[in-house]
Write a protein that binds this ligand. Structure first.
Ligand code: CP3
Length: 345
């Protein structure tokens, strides 16, 4: 028998009725937490990710402190790209940098593919350590970047607003785009299946930046590759498919696959779910900025979402994107308690 939160989370992903709405938060382990900052004072970000004991400790911090109903592996979507020889660095304040971006067919050919087991062995070890420590109290969610979001970092060389290099490569060198997206899809499927084999109960595919695309471009240049990744995953493990700015893409994301669609706060959850169809579960969708306001506002925001969903089975509560580093920890604890209180049936 799986204990409370694990069973509740897995049932919600399968659209079965649950005693309360399970809640976890993207970036629940991170810089807003003093315990995380204390560890980060001793290790660089990549160093922390590559140290299984420390990464397991960070993964468990929010479970102990916040009472969330799932742990999310402490890692990063860009870790699998580092062994390609692209010069990945996390600079303080600026986020990730890729020193040798991929902008042509020649650049795609240059990438060194190593088997994922050899590339990120530390990560599978972290999964095993977390599973042992959790002993099924709450489920462990593994994750990966989806091919488009990974490609956008590789091509732009870092975060971007307009994704112009990416959109140019996609159109001007379709063969290079195809080769790159195929390779990233293979890596992603292998990487997620490795996390599942090591013990992840569910996986989330982050396609954080697809909201930059026209629907027809998503359909032609992205959907087939994401679909292939999801089709290759170990059956029976729930897949959460997430993006931001996706109001015009949700039907296409659903067609690409996944058991749960992750929604950001730019859509109204109830009517959006109705349009998407009740044959899929949904996750979301509080604006993470609400957590900067007082607890009364947090309560109001949670209530609005729960009212909109109206107790329909198949809702996992989350933010619409990650916790901001400026967030007061006690507001996050309050959020988790409020979701449990208002959704208890
Ligand atoms: O709790 C969790 O959600 C697990 C940990 C997690 C991290 N990154 C840790 C992290 C997860 C799920 C990610 C995914 C990730 N990484 C995404 C997809 C999710 C999203 O936010 O859209 C993306 C796009 C990345 C790439 C990345 N990593 C960026 C853009 C940054 C800088 C962001 C920032 O806030 O500065 C990172 C760094 C990063 N990844 C941090 C953490 C805790 C901050 C690193 C630090 O300690 O300095």
């Amino acid at each position: 028998m799986q204990s409370g939160s694990t069973a509740c989370f897995l049932r919600a992903c399968r659209r079965e009725r649950t005693p309360f709405t399970p809640v976890w938060l993207m970036r629940q382990a991170g810089r807003y937490m003093p315990e995380y900052r204390a560890l980060r004072a001793r290790y660089g970000f990549l160093e922390l990710c590559k140290n299984p004991e420390a990464a397991a400790e960070v993964t468990l911090q929010p479970v102990e402190k916040l009472g969330v109903d799932a742990a999310i592996l402490f890692a990063d979507i860009l870790l699998v790209l580092e062994p390609l020889g692209i010069g990945l660095e996390f600079t303080r304040g600026d986020g990730p940098r890729i020193h040798r971006p991929v902008r042509s067919h020649h650049d795609v050919k240059r990438l060194d593919r190593v088997p994922v087991e050899e590339a990120v062995p530390f990560l599978f070890e972290t999964v095993r350590l977390v599973r042992k420590a959790l002993s099924d109290r709450v489920p462990l969610i593994g994750f990966a970047g989806a091919p488009f979001t990974l490609a956008s970092y590789l091509v732009e060389g870092g975060p971007s607003r307009e994704f112009l290099f990416t959109k140019r490569l996609m159109r001007e060198e379709p063969a290079a785009w195809d080769a790159l997206m195929r390779m990233l899809g293979e890596i992603t499927a292998e990487y997620l299946n490795g996390q599942i084999a090591a013990g992840a109960h569910a996986v989330q595919l982050f396609d954080s930046w697809i909201g930059t695309l026209a629907p027809s471009d998503y359909r032609d240049y992205v959907l087939p590759y994401t679909r292939r990744v999801i089709q290759q995953l170990t059956p029976g493990v729930p897949v959460i498919h997430f993006g931001t700015g996706t109001a015009g893409l949700l039907h296409l994301m659903k067609a690409a696959g996944g058991d749960v669609i992750g929604l950001d706060w730019r859509v109204e959850i109830g009517p959006t779910w109705e349009r998407l169809g009740y044959d899929i579960a949904v996750q979301g969708n509080l604006d993470p900025a609400v957590l900067l306001a007082d607890v009364g506002e947090v309560r109001r925001g949670v209530k609005e979402i729960l009212d909109s969903v109206a107790g329909r089975p198949g809702h996992v509560f989350n933010l619409g994107h990650g916790v901001h580093k400026e967030t007061p920890v006690d507001h996050v604890t309050a959020l988790v308690d409020i979701v449990h209180e208002l959704s208890a049936r």
